[in-house]
Design a protein around this ligand. Structure first.
Ligand code: MYR
Length: 92
């Protein structure tokens, strides 16, 4: 299982990029990769999706356009975009 605490740890270094762009750090990409390898099953992916949404929703001034570009910039294929309207139950 994937805990929200782990998701926050993995993605906290993505927050400054998600707000303002600029340089996407290796630390952020390492966190994205770590999370993507940790969440392999459908329940794990749905749960981590909920944690990512709640993390993103707690960041003032977050830019969801920037957020959506993070996985590709890190070379990770995530078949959905994080947005406030994303239904995590639709993720397989
Ligand atoms: C899953 O399927 O739920 C695992 C996906 C892992 C990585 C997704 C990372 C997206 C970028 C997050 C930015 C966070 C900004 C606060």
């Amino acid at each position: 299982a994937v805990s929200c605490a782990q998701v926050f740890t993995d993605l906290s270094s993505c927050i400054s990029y998600a707000k303002g762009g600029g340089a996407l750090t290796a630390s952020c990409c390492n966190g994205v990769r770590a999370l993507n390898s940790a969440a392999k099953t459908t329940p794990d992916r749905q749960q981590s999706c909920g944690c990512i949404k709640s993390l993103a929703g707690s960041v003032p001034g977050i830019n969801y356009g920037l957020v959506a570009g993070i996985p590709a910039k890190c070379g990770v294929n995530i078949p959905y975009k994080i947005s406030p309207s994303l239904d995590c139950k639709s993720i397989k």
